[in-house]
Design a protein around this ligand. Structure first.
Ligand code: ARG
Length: 458
């Protein structure tokens, strides 16, 4: 057992079981770097304000910088007999510099210290997740740019609906990821408030300069309520909620790709590097990576619920329950940081099976809305045109013929306004080209979107 930060009040020793149950060092050691950086700024502030002597500040900064070096070079090994990362760093510092180490905890508590460390961790990782999301957007836009001539069936209720450009379909995901980034930026803004100096909960009677620490650490502002500062875990809940939505988007994307690689669809081929085989059926190539991204995405809302439930009945301010915010946070952050680059790499190796897609769009029922709008353009009301085309489609289906098989006189039986030019609509290229509303699948518009995204994501 190592020296605790709170030992003197106690005569008895903590039971081994209680020790094992309450220690967080095996997961919160991930915060070691932030703990040291926060302490350097804090020590410098204590010196500047004359709260501790300058020579002690020099020793503290020297020792902490040595620890930073160890952490950055991977040489830092936490002591599993320490209660948490803060105790571990404190103890290591004492070994390095001796007595001045005992002055570091002046005008702070582990309550504001741990909030600071977790906030710094979140800010760094939010930045990273935004970058990784942008990389994925770029890969999708590149894929869309390479396949602007591919027309696929689009679905509602998973029933063939209308034709769209495959690029248009993929850009839908770029939009979702853009909203994800927006949420993460918002989360960054609300996290970027320095809690350090709030101490246990009420502040300090020492002449600290909290704004100095805020500036040193690059925070946007200083927390204005010491109780909220140490009791707040909203920023983690918000981050996990943003990650949950992002994960849900990745999962939906995987689901589309999984459908597209089935032998029934066969629209695309995924690089072997992201598939596995079957131990019994030699012909199989399974999209396991996509399935596992879809499957793993379920952990995010689970972890989010864990934190909402963890926090919902806690009285102000700090409660030890809050230690349990970290396993959930680290798990989600590390998982999404694994998923995003995987998805990006996978996109680089997707091959489009144009022949199979051509077969899948070989039905004239995809044009029913185009024919309907043909009549609307000639002054027919939408409802009447819907009935006309509905009857026509039904009778063609019953007779086992195509719309293009209908003669002009047969067409006229459905509506006098039909002319032979209606048959010009029965082509995939025409179906996408005649779309003209903003945001539609019109190829010129989609190409423009691709260019806009390329510029925006540079
Ligand atoms: N390991 C603790 C946590 O992660 C650090 C804060 C402990 N504070 C206290 N007053 N016991 O929450």
């Amino acid at each position: 057992m190592t020296k605790r930060l709170w030992g003197s009040r106690f005569t008895g020793k903590l039971s081994d079981l209680a020790e094992k149950f309450t220690y967080s060092i095996d997961y919160d050691s991930k915060l070691a770097l932030y703990d040291c950086l926060g302490s350097i700024a804090h020590a410098q502030m204590l010196g500047k304000q004359g709260i501790i002597p300058k020579k002690d500040v020099a020793a503290l900064v020297r020792g902490l910088k040595q620890l930073v070096k160890q952490i950055e070079s991977g040489k830092y090994k936490y002591n599993p007999r320490c209660e948490d990362v803060h105790t571990d760093i404190q103890e290591k510092l004492k070994k390095l510099i001796g007595a001045p180490a005992d002055k570091l905890h002046t005008a702070r508590s582990r309550n504001d210290q741990v909030t600071l460390d977790v906030k710094m961790y979140c800010l760094d990782h939010i930045d990273n997740i935004i970058t990784l999301t942008r990389d994925l957007q770029k890969a999708i836009v590149a894929f869309a740019g390479k396949n602007t001539d591919v027309i696929i069936p689009a679905y509602t209720h998973l029933q063939s609906a209308q034709l769209v450009l495959m690029s248009h379909h993929m850009l839908a995901y770029v939009e979702m990821l853009e909203r994800d980034k927006g949420r993460l930026y918002g989360c960054h803004k609300r996290t970027n408030i320095n809690p350090l100096g709030s101490c246990a909960l009420s502040g300090s009677s020492l002449p600290t300069d909290r704004n100095y620490v805020t500036r040193q650490l690059g925070f946007g502002s200083t927390a204005q309520n010491s109780m909220d500062a140490v009791a707040d875990r909203d920023f983690i809940i918000e981050l996990l909620s943003d990650i949950s939505i992002l994960g849900m988007h990745l999962s939906r994307m995987c689901e589309d790709l999984i459908l597209w690689v089935t032998s029934e669809f066969d629209f695309i081929c995924i690089n072997d590097a992201f598939c596995t085989g079957s131990s019994i059926m030699p012909h199989k190539k399974n999209p396991d990576v996509l399935e596992l991204i879809r499957g793993t995405a379920s952990k995010f809302p689970g972890r989010l619920m864990e934190l909402l439930v963890l926090m919902k009945s806690l009285p102000l301010t700090y409660n030890r329950d809050m230690q349990m915010d970290k396993p959930a946070l680290f798990d989600c952050v590390e998982t999404i940081e694994d998923m995003l680059p995987l998805m990006t790499e996978l996109f680089g190796g997707i091959k489009v099976n144009k022949k199979k897609i051509a077969k899948a769009i070989d039905s004239q029922y995809f044009y029913s809305v185009d024919i309907l709008e043909y009549l609307v353009k000639k002054g027919v009301s939408y409802r009447e045109a819907h009935d006309t085309v509905g009857v026509m489609v039904k009778q063609c289906l019953d007779r086992g013929i195509k719309i293009s098989d209908l003669s002009l006189s047969e067409l006229k039986k459905y509506s006098k306004l039909f002319e032979t030019d209606v048959k010009k609509l029965l082509k995939p290229e025409v179906s996408v080209k005649i779309k003209r509303s903003v945001g539609s699948t019109n190829p010129a518009m989609v190409k423009k979107q691709i260019e806009t995204w390329k510029k925006k994501l540079k």
